[in-house]
Design a protein around this ligand. Structure first.
Ligand code: PLP
Length: 404
């Protein structure tokens, strides 16, 4: 299927990705404009702070935020955003993190927004205070979190509010921002996987978010290790101070305004908590090039191609004995997905068996397996070519038929 000298030379099987933009199998296919920009960037030196200042302007343009920054993934962006909300412009606190001392370090968020990515917030020194209940998921109530639960959680130790945005999950972001702003608290939004649509680049800032993070390696299709942060200028300045390499001699320290106002700081900060999350010049320009290409893309044509691809796969698989298919519109992900149910008796193999076999092939075939123990798997068209889509349905059919 794939002839790839790099992976072949290492003896590593490639993956046909029918699972969507999953980091563990490589995220997305980088746009060629991004690859080209990275190659050019590698040829010359540039001051990283100058490059981040230019990126800041461009990210501000497309998001409507005051400033922007290229981070090490959306997860790296969450860590930096948290560090900025805790340390503000104080170099002594920056130097001490993740030890927050007597600085406010609590981050309030709904219990239903807790994910494994919380680790990024806690790594910066935050303590998460989660509020509300899981009633809606369990069918025991209609709401996850009430306004009074935010208000009663806010106190002298609160540093920020965090919100993991999903269109199908409340509470309304604008309402959360109003509640937080009443107390002068910033709101950090995790919108890692929320583009496309391109309109979402500005939407979170419009709702009142103070910092928003997006993944650069998902729908934007930039370098895998990149993310994009958009937010208030003072918070982005704190991010830059805690991320950029800082062992400059005071006398020649001359960071670019408006990204960093050196006059407002008493001396040069040290390398901050963000230093292990290095972003190279290649990644910065790669992300910016991918962002331009993403904005130029014909969104309607892209969506139509996803629909066509997923319908074709569903048609092919519907004809396989033991399999039934349903197409779910883009409600839980940015693309429509086909859900395949496996009738283990008729198929002669259960869903777990199908998924495991596909993953052991060469090339490996990855389908979505979040509900595999309930007898279903999913196919996401975002990271498939048309040729790969045909290959995926052929392999599924072969695995099922071969076992009967
Ligand atoms: C993917 C994802 C992240 C992490 O994004 P990276 O760019 O891989 O660091 C964080 N939060 C959510 C909700 C995500 O889907």
């Amino acid at each position: 299927m794939h002839d790839n000298p790099v992976y072949d030379g290492l003896g590593v099987p490639t993956v046909v990705n029918a699972a969507g933009t999953k980091t563990r199998i490589g995220g997305s296919r980088m746009r060629s404009a991004a690859v080209k920009a990275m190659v050019e960037a590698a040829k010359d030196f540039v001051r990283l702070s100058d490059l981040q200042a230019a990126a800041s302007e461009r990210i501000a343009d497309v998001t409507g935020a005051e400033a922007g920054y290229v981070t090490n993934g959306a997860a790296g962006g969450l860590l930096l955003a948290t560090a900025a909300c805790i340390a503000g412009g104080d170099p002594a606190v920056m130097a001490r993190l993740p030890d927050t001392g007597d600085r406010p370090n609590e981050i309030v968020m709904p219990r239903t927004h807790r994910t494994g990515y919380d680790h990024a917030l806690r790594t910066a020194g935050a303590e998460i205070v989660d509020i509300g209940t899981n009633d809606r998921a369990l069918g025991t109530g209609a709401r996850d979190v009430e306004r009074w639960e935010y208000r009663s959680a806010f106190g002298a130790d609160t540093a920020a509010v965090a919100h993991v945005y999903k269109a199908y999950q409340g509470p309304p972001l604008q309402e959360v921002c109003e509640l937080a702003h009443e107390q002068g608290l910033p709101v950090i939004v995790d919108a890692a996987a929320e583009v496309p649509p391109a309109d979402n680049l500005a939407w979170f800032t419009e709702q009142g978010a103070d910092v928003v993070v997006f993944s650069g390696g998902k729908g934007i299709r930039g370098p895998q290790t990149t993310g994009m942060l958009a937010g208030r200028a003072d918070l982005v300045e704190s991010v830059a101070l805690q991320h950029l390499d800082m062992h400059a001699a005071d006398a020649v320290w001359d960071p670019p305004a408006p990204l960093i106002d050196s006059g407002a700081i008493d001396g040069v900060p040290r390398q901050g908590i963000g230093r292990p999350l290095k972003v190279g010049r290649e990644e910065i320009v790669g992300l910016l090039a991918a962002l331009e290409a993403f904005l130029d893309e014909d969104e309607e044509a892209l969506t139509t191609s996803w629909h066509r691809r997923i319908e074709r796969i569903a048609d092919d698989l519907e004809a396989v004995r033991g399999l039934s298919t349903a197409i779910h519109d883009a409600d839980r992900s940015v693309a429509p997905v086909a859900e395949i149910s496996v009738d283990a008796e008729a198929a002669g193999i259960d869903a777990v068996g199908v998924v495991r076999r596909l993953r052991r092939e060469d090339p490996r075939v990855f389908v979505g397996a979040d509900a595999v123990s309930e007898g279903t798997f999913t196919i996401n068209p975002m990271c498939l070519t048309d040729e790969e889509a045909t290959y995926v349905s052929d392999r599924i059919e072969a695995v099922v038929d071969g076992d009967r």
